[in-house]
Design a protein around this ligand. Structure first.
Ligand code: ZN
Length: 133
């Protein structure tokens, strides 16, 4: 595969509402979208910086993966998302190189993107998302 840029950085927060002022007032970014992704049990808030987004993730379920992440590690960087031309092709390519996949096939993420995750155990500790417009 050829990742073209960092599509977004996913950051786990306890509360989107309480986190937005940091990004808006301190960093001078503007939250342009808040969206719930029901099947991932998260509410997301987006900021644009260059061609990269910051994606804040708040759990909507105490058993959700973001809630568990915060429980174990606290708030902070959760994943890095790379833009690729085709998530399906990128997954096949990664798998052929021995990378463990969390998603065997692309699924829909926030903002209408096709997404899939690679397992941090085979990506040097970074939960890696692949995104396609
Ligand atoms: Zn993401």
């Amino acid at each position: 595969m050829k990742a073209t840029h960092i599509e977004h950085i996913g950051i786990a927060v306890k509360s989107i509402e309480e986190s937005i002022p940091y990004y808006e007032n301190v960093l001078g970014l503007k939250c342009y979208n808040i969206e719930e992704v029901a099947d991932q049990k998260v509410k997301t808030a987006f900021f644009m910086i260059g061609q990269t987004k910051i994606e804040l993730l708040e759990s909507t379920d105490p058993e959700g993966t973001i809630a568990k992440f915060i429980e174990n590690k606290g708030e902070g960087v959760h994943h890095i998302a790379f833009a690729v031309d085709s998530v399906a092709d990128a997954l096949a390519d990664a798998e052929s190189q021995g990378i463990r996949l969390i998603d065997k096939a692309p699924r829909s993420g926030a903002e209408g993107l096709k997404i899939a995750f690679l397992h941090p155990k085979s990506t040097k500790g970074v939960l890696t998302e692949l995104c396609q417009k």
